[in-house]
Design a protein around this ligand. Structure first.
Ligand code: FES
Length: 146
């Protein structure tokens, strides 16, 4: 069963949407269910000033992304890198084991957005590896069509 915090975060999601002039954008897919997550970051002087997400994921994905984006705002990149899906699940008073994979969407989306930021700024972020399931949007700016 879902904790009260999970239900609250799902019923009142925070930080949903896009950051048009984001410094880093990451898109990942969940191999377990095929759902998709996109995370946008605004970063200044190594601090995550803003974070937003859009997802086709389930309620647990919405709740974990709400919690994750709240947790990383105001943090340095290194501090954000240390936040795992387990930390996010803990902050939500737990997730049913069968839904733990959903929380990976938020963590991996964050890492993919940080990777994008690092690539754009020719930075190396310690411990950060290229996202496995990110879409290569370099040559496919379909969103810009409208
Ligand atoms: S079932 Fe796909 S993110 Fe939860």
């Amino acid at each position: 069963m879902y904790s009260e915090k999970v239900i609250n975060c799902f019923m009142n999601p925070q930080n949903v949407g896009e950051i048009p002039d984001a410094d880093g954008v990451g898109t990942v897919g969940n191999p377990r269910c095929g759902d998709i997550m996109k995370i946008y970051l605004k970063i200044k002087d190594n601090i995550i000033e803003d974070a937003k997400f859009k997802t086709f994921g389930c309620g647990a994905a919405v709740a974990t992304s709400t919690m994750l984006t709240q947790m990383i705002k105001g943090k340095t990149i290194d501090e954000a890198m240390k936040i795992t899906n387990q930390d996010v699940a803990k902050a939500l008073d737990g997730l049913p084991p069968i839904k733990m994979h959903c929380s990976l969407l938020a963590e991996e989306g964050l890492k993919a957005a940080l990777w994008d930021y690092a690539q754009k700024n020719q930075l190396t972020i310690e411990g950060l590896e290229p996202p496995e399931s990110s879409e290569d949007e370099e040559h496919a700016h379909s969103e810009a069509a409208e």
